[in-house]
Design a protein around this ligand. Structure first.
Ligand code: MN
Length: 285
């Protein structure tokens, strides 16, 4: 099942390039008082709502994907987690390129662990990326993103994927510089998630997916998640040793070699096998 959020907070199922409106299924959510429980309440209830989503979608007249504004499939994550230097070849290019390293010693995820991106950085494909600091280098990083489905802590690797609600494409946009990584990757719109959420039954193995990104038609990054240093399973297990994961939490799994600059006016096209493809435009803030 491919679930998108589009236009004015509508929820749809995506089939054959068309969006079937299933928003009415969200009427099955309990009204929330204050304070709201942590996490995204739609994702938390997704398993329970799936049959209703199918029913509502079956009743609706579809729209072509090109006619809707695709937003981040997760509206209210409790956190957006990043995986620094989680591909060997990206580690090597970071060591070689002073515009990436800025004189810092570059290690790998084994030593860095994880980092957080601000939730306010989250954007959908059709929101585009609004570059700030255009005099500095702003890079694309294409990644497989996992969305957590259940509250969990102290998860072991063997059962880790049971806690995933679905998969999406993540763009972990970065302004290069000397500031802390978490700040440079937290600019508004620097966490693109889309084009939709694909439920785990439609993904053969998240640790064996081809993916790539082009900028203005030129292939910049092309790899497979089988090259991850911390696999999808290990990332979840590792994260839950530090903090509780909540429904809707996003884990961007890390980027391979080929990171490079984008400029206002560029068009990025990112694709992950079995997930889909999204077009993201770059503009100046
Ligand atoms: Mn990244």
């Amino acid at each position: 099942m491919k679930i998108c959020r589009y236009d004015d907070d509508r929820v749809g199922l995506v089939r054959d390039g068309r969006v079937f409106d299933a928003t009415a299924a969200l009427g099955g959510l309990e009204p929330q008082g204050w304070p709201q429980p942590p996490g995204d309440q739609f994702i938390a209830n997704l398993d329970r709502l799936k049959s209703r989503l199918e029913e509502e979608a079956g009743r609706s007249a579809p729209k072509p994907l090109a006619e809707v504004h695709l937003r981040s499939p997760v509206a209210n994550p409790n956190k957006v987690i990043g995986a620094p230097v989680n591909y060997r070849a990206h580690h090597e290019e970071s060591l070689d390129d002073t515009e990436i390293s800025f004189g810092r010693e570059i290690k790998t995820i084994d030593e860095y662990g994880l980092f957080l991106k601000a939730n306010s950085a989250l954007a959908g494909p059709d929101d585009g990326v609004a570059l700030r600091f255009v005099d500095r280098r702003n890079d694309h990083e294409v990644e497989l993103a996992m969305v957590i489905g259940k509250t969990c802590e102290d998860v072991d690797e063997a059962g880790a994927l049971d806690h995933v609600a679905g998969y999406a494409i993540g763009l972990d946009m970065t302004v290069r510089g000397t500031e802390d990584r978490s700040l440079r990757k937290s600019v508004d719109s620097y966490a693109v998630l889309g084009p939709w959420l694909v439920t785990p039954d439609d993904i053969s193995d998240p640790d064996k997916l081809d993916f790539e990104i082009t900028v203005n038609g030129e292939v910049r990054q092309k790899s497979n998640t089988d090259k991850l240093i911390f696999s999808c399973r290990k990332l979840i297990a590792y994260a839950t040793r530090f903090f509780t994961l909540h429904p809707g939490d996003v884990i961007m799994t890390g980027t391979p070699e080929g990171v490079g600059p984008v400029e206002p006016g560029d068009t990025m096209v990112a694709a992950v096998d079995e997930v889909g493809r999204m077009i993201v435009k770059v503009r100046a803030y």
